[in-house]
Design a protein around this ligand. Sequence first.
Ligand SMILES: Cc1ncc(COP(=O)(O)OP(=O)(O)O)c(N)n1
Ligand code: 3NM
Ligand code: MG
Length: 502
Amino acid sequence: MTTTESVRKIPQVLTVAGSDSGAGAGIQADLKVCAARGVYCASVITAVTAQNTRGVQSVHLLPPEFVSEQLKSVLSDFEFDVVKTGMLPSTEIVEVLLQNLSDFPVRALVVDPVMVSTSGHVLAGSSILSIFRERLLPIADIITPNVKEASALLGGVRIETVSDMRSAAKSLHEMGPRFVLVKGGDLPDSSDSVDVYFDGKEFHELRSPRVATRNTHGTGCTLASCIAAELAKGSSMLSAVKVAKRFVDNALDYSKDIAIGSGMQGPFDHFFGLKKDPQSSRCSIFNPDDLFLYAVTDSRMNRRWNRSIVDAVKAAIEGGATIIQLREKEAETREFLEEAKACVDICRSHGVSLLINDRIDIALACNADGVHVGQSDMPVDLVRCLLGPDKIIGVSCKTPEQAHQAWKDGADYIGSGGVFPTNTKANNRTIGLDGLKEVCEASKLPVVAIGGIGISNAESVMQIDAPNLKGVAVVSALFDQDCVLTQAKKLHKTLKESKREI
Ligand SMILES: Cc1ncc(COP(=O)(O)OP(=O)(O)O)c(N)n1
Ligand SMILES: Cc1nc(C(=O)O)sc1CCOP(=O)(O)O
Ligand SMILES: [Mg+2]
């Protein structure tokens, strides 16, 4: 390449794993996930398996010297942001991986300690446990065992409850990885799938409803590769894990009734986000439960209380806000952009999505997670074209007709209000709890209520009988207050209690 040529670097992942002839898991899944998430992925193959939707018929290990040749070839040429490991079937193969990683250091290492296939076939026996514990785990940035793998790594401890998963995550963390994600998909008797994330200090329980489907082959590889892809793009670990879990949930949901193969474990479609019909097949990375406590900023209020927008956002998140919208009606573009960039950093590090009110240009420029627009802002279908399928788009609706249109146009959620009178938005028509209910009933989309909501009336809002009402959006109840952190904590508690009563 000559020095005058312009270069565009794209995020790069290397997967070191086994080939799955059925292409639902292993190297094939890793390549598809990275492609779907906009990341280049190279592949070093450790073993070739003969497998299909019925199970694994045969496994052929590649000679360690040849695995090493492949590693040297790509590591000496590419600049990988992240290496992700899957099936590492022998101690010798782990040895050559460790040697190559020491010769060619990479920014991050994601270890999916694959041991047994979904169909029960042993892919890496107990002989690899000690090298995993002593040498691979200590250099991993994150490990993603399921409960069986976590148990094996911990010498056979019983893991039967979420509390056991927490203890396991803690013990695994003591072996050296920076972060641990114990996947609870195999736990019996739970309607939700719960994964436990531990960063050495705090635990996070990441929950999602189980999808009833036979097409679950490759979920572990997909999750770990998606984490690797998001890290390669610059996400914080928590944010990468949340996006990856959502990606798997959406792929399972989209593919729940596809028929590939005749066995019990079908693959799923990693490219659900690229399907042609935007209404029927768009599955964004958005989690509707994130609307639970929606904090909308206001710079006039922050000035009044003498705090920066960044400090206000941080306090709101620490108090329990589950999504943030920057609504800055007076800021100059340059100032707004700088603030937005700083808030994106804070939100990403906490795994919380950040949306921009009205300003599509600012959202694009700071790579926010999405936007919120109203009926007199840019139309949602056009916003979707500009932002693409992955970004979150919310739209304000006061009527059932507007709610119908929101879904047709490809919005992810509806903001509906003013539920009560408010001084924060001038000339805002109040629709009341009845108007809110009508909007909820008219739409398939999740709804967040807004307008005059605070600790004293949040319960009455959450108790309207509408399953798609996911939470409340507030401005003054958080930001026109002496202590944002305290108010956010109180409101979060009120919302949780009112949800329990429903
Ligand atoms: C969550 C949420 N819902 C509604 C609005 C109002 O948006 P809009 O009608 O465009 O009014 P402005 O906020 O732009 O004044 C919102 N911002 N957020
Ligand atoms: C920004 C906004 N949109 C509304 C709508 O009805 O669409 S009401 C509103 C202001 C909400 O502020 P507060 O929580 O301080 O009442
Ligand atoms: Mg607007």
